[in-house]
Design a protein around this ligand. Structure first.
Ligand SMILES: Cc1cc2nc3c(=O)[nH]c(=O)nc-3n(C[C@H](O)[C@H](O)[C@H](O)COP(=O)(O)OP(=O)(O)OC[C@H]3O[C@@H](n4cnc5c(N)ncnc54)[C@H](O)[C@@H]3O)c2cc1C
Length: 380
């Protein structure tokens, strides 16, 4: 095992850090989506990290992408914007790149790589959250097209997206089957709901999307008909890795902020970092960062080998979520009353972090998955 980053990876990481610090942290855009900022990221060329050059991408490995996305999370304190970017890349663009036909790639990929079209994933419904397979959105097949009816809930990027990866029921007998489709916002019958106000991640708009007799061209099927549950599993794997990669970087940023504050803040005639109750909180942040990073790079390595990482992503997602929230809470505690004010930005970090225990499958659901995948003693 080689834990050394290549000089190219180190350079890309530094370029992303410099770019994010210079362009993505404007106070007025921290809680609101900005097309101006989106344009800057598009021009920087972040979206096509793992996409082949023929579609305008950089054709990098998944490990390099993990390093890049971690760096983005470190240097961009706008966690909502990072969420927009990762939803666009990993559960929209990346799915078309990996599972789309050549025709579908030619239709959408280059546009998504250069940021002209924003993507989103539409899986959850009002009555089907953790139990996603209980979805009721359905598609019927006509001679020249499919017809989609239903409604999807809590769709990140919903109000700004041009393309939706939509999962819907395509068969009920002998058992329920689902299929994934690429649906354009412009297709007649697509209705975008109003922005749902949330506790955090506010630079990432969220909405309900309703589909009323939406005609989908036959070529817009993603993967194969009735193969949607496999594609959904794959999509969740990508999501649980790369939407949580930036949190490793965010924890590093928050640790550095906490350390600096603890060294500067004087109480009882000494820096509060000298109190073990404070320094241990920072040590715990460091432990979480190192362990999360190891797991992230292992998963990225598995993906580069074309292997499944279903158990690993559940472990990573669960651990990072718990530790990211704990890191933010401890950072707030170290900052005392200043941490509780809006001015220091720590309360925003905590509000943003709390969502990660819910999206991409709740913490409870991940632990269910992990338990079922533990090999029996005989197979150890
Ligand atoms: C910020 C954010 C962004 C999101 N973005 C998207 C998106 O872009 N696209 C999309 O499709 N969805 C998105 N979602 C929806 C997300 O995937 C769901 O919220 C999630 O799957 C949980 O579903 P639910 O909220 O309906 O909770 P429920 O499934 O109703 O769960 C409620 C509670 O019951 C627990 N529970 C349920 N079943 C079990 C069980 N079997 N065992 C133990 N506990 C259980 C849960 O863990 C949870 O604590 C987003 C959600 C959030 C918060």
């Amino acid at each position: 095992m080689d834990f050394e980053l290549t000089s190219d990876q180190i350079q890309l990481k530094q370029e992303i850090i410099n770019f994010a610090r210079e362009n993505l942290n404007e106070e007025e855009t921290l809680e609101e989506f900005s097309y101006e900022v989106w344009k800057k990221i598009s021009e920087f060329g972040l979206f096509g990290l793992t996409v082949p050059e023929e579609y305008g991408g950089l054709n990098e490995s998944f490990l390099t992408a993990a390093v890049a996305i971690e760096a983005l999370g470190y240097a961009c304190k706008n966690n909502g914007l990072v969420f927009v970017i990762n939803n666009h890349i990993w559960v929209a663009l990346n799915l078309i790149n990996l599972y789309g036909t050549k025709e579908l790639k030619e239709k959408y990929l280059a546009d998504m790589v250069c940021g002209n079209r924003i993507g989103a994933i539409s899986l959850t419904e009002a009555d089907a959250g953790s139990d996603a397979m209980n979805m009721s959105s359905s598609v019927s097949e006509e001679k020249d097209y499919y017809v989609l009816n239903g409604s999807k809930m809590f769709i990140s990027n919903g109000p700004i997206a041009d393309l939706f990866i939509v999962f819907a029921v395509t068969a009920v007998k002998p058992f329920k089957q689902i299929t994934a489709f690429v649906v354009e916002k412009q297709f007649p019958g697509v209705v975008i709901g109003k922005n749902i106000e949330k506790m955090g991640l506010n630079a990432c708009p969220t909405s309900e999307i309703t589909f009323n007799n939406v005609k989908i061209p036959k070529e817009n099927i993603l993967g194969r008909k009735n193969m949607g549950s496999t594609l959904m599993t794959n999509a969740l794997e990508w999501e649980r890795c790369y939407e949580f990669a930036p949190h490793v970087g965010a924890m590093q940023r928050i640790m550095e902020t906490s350390l600096k504050y603890a060294e500067d803040r004087m109480q009882f005639g000494q820096p509060i970092s000298r109190f073990q109750a404070v320094s241990h909180k920072i040590s715990e942040m460091k432990i979480a960062i190192e362990l999360s990073r190891l797991m992230l790079y292992k998963i990225a390595w598995l993906k580069d080998q074309g292997k499944s990482a279903f158990l690993e992503v559940s472990i990573f997602k669960t651990y990072v979520s718990e530790q990211y929230i704990k890191t933010c809470k401890n950072a707030l505690q170290i900052h005392g009353a200043y941490g509780y004010t809006k001015e220091y930005g720590i309360e925003r970090e905590l509000r943003d972090a709390i969502a990660c225990d819910i999206y991409s499958g709740t913490a409870e659901m991940q632990k269910n998955t992990i338990f079922t995948m533990i090999p029996s003693v005989d197979n150890y």
